[in-house]
Design a binder for this molecule. Sequence first.
Ligand SMILES: Nc1ncnc2c1ncn2[C@@H]1O[C@H](COP(=O)(O)OP(=O)(O)OP(=O)(O)O)[C@@H](O)[C@H]1O
Ligand SMILES: [Mg+2]
Length: 379
Amino acid sequence: MNGWRELIRVENVVKRFGTTIAADHVSLSIGEGEFFALLGPSGCGKTTLLRMLAGFETPDSGAILLDGKDLTNVKPWKRPVNMMFQSYALFPHMTVYDNIAYGLRQEGLAAAEIERRVRQVLELIGLPELAKRKPGNLSGGQRQRVALARAIVKQPRVLLLDEPLAALDRKLRVEMRLELKRLQNEVGIAFVFVTHDQEEALSMADRAAVMRSGKIMQVGTPEELYNTPANLYVAQFIGEANVFAGRLQNSQGEWRLVTNANAYRVPSTEVQRSGLTNGEDAAVVVRPERMVIEPCEGEQDSAPLNRVFGRLLEIAYLGNARNFVVETDDGQRLSIQTPATELAPPVCVGESVCVGWKVESGILVSASENGGGKADEQA
Ligand SMILES: Nc1ncnc2c1ncn2[C@@H]1O[C@H](COP(=O)(O)OP(=O)(O)OP(=O)(O)O)[C@@H](O)[C@H]1O
Ligand SMILES: [Mg+2]
């Protein structure tokens, strides 16, 4: 990111509700104008973290800073932060124009200034002709845009969005992703965006935090999360993952992952990156598009591959790719994806096949799901 400058800093924040720990020593930084996603399964603490940023909840301990200033005692309405809720409640009896103008009128701005700013955001969301409509006469996507306009018209430094696309159907959701991204770019406000849909997070975010049980598992760009996951949890949460679990072993300078059935070579760069050492429980993760599938007999590629044998269960043609499901001899399901622009591999459902991957395509992670952390506290 060019010229990244810290806007928000969350420092070691803890928040409990009775015995539930919704934020477990959360620390992270969000940059000015950054599109930041909070990603994680239901109940992991995403909304709670947003509500603390907005000032609707107070951390039990830790601090939240904006521009280096502690926000702890700053009331929600005094923060340069605005929140768009999971259900974006527009006032049904007011027109689109009045819904958007509402917050500015509360501030007591001059009528001409209100008019100018409302027209400007109506332009921005592409709905200037709908100013006189009531929310009840809008489509879901239009209501969504109006709610967004209402949130940005006050020009906050940060906009918090809690699952803003959840109420829309799939097609509209995908369209709105681009729309949101464009809008965020134009207004230059930092967006903190909550979703449990990883595809949504990855397609829009500059960076994302992957959460689990109140803890931050990893913060990174979409590429970092996908290619260099910090642990098995992140590897499995982001994208599809074929996982081989075993023990890391070094013999004569070569690293291997030894499983019950096999031994797979592991790139030494991955051993360094993961910080794992000889004898530790570990897992190798291979993305489906990094795997190849071939008939068992026949010429095998001369590239240094790790190989595993199994039976082909299923082929699915997806238009842009082919998906293969293989059950290995020790009962593990693998997913292999090849581009549809390539010749289909000469394999048939029901036959024995050989699945391989280049040694350097293996991602090494700690086998402990928490990446060395404590066990799930909510379990
Ligand atoms: N006011 C509250 N009182 C008691 N428990 C709460 C309260 N708010 C949240 N929790 C609990 O804290 C945990 C985190 O909740 P939170 O709403 O932050 O999750 P989330 O990640 O937003 O989930 P979802 O994806 O379902 O919206 C959950 O176990 C939830 O039940
Ligand atoms: Mg939530």
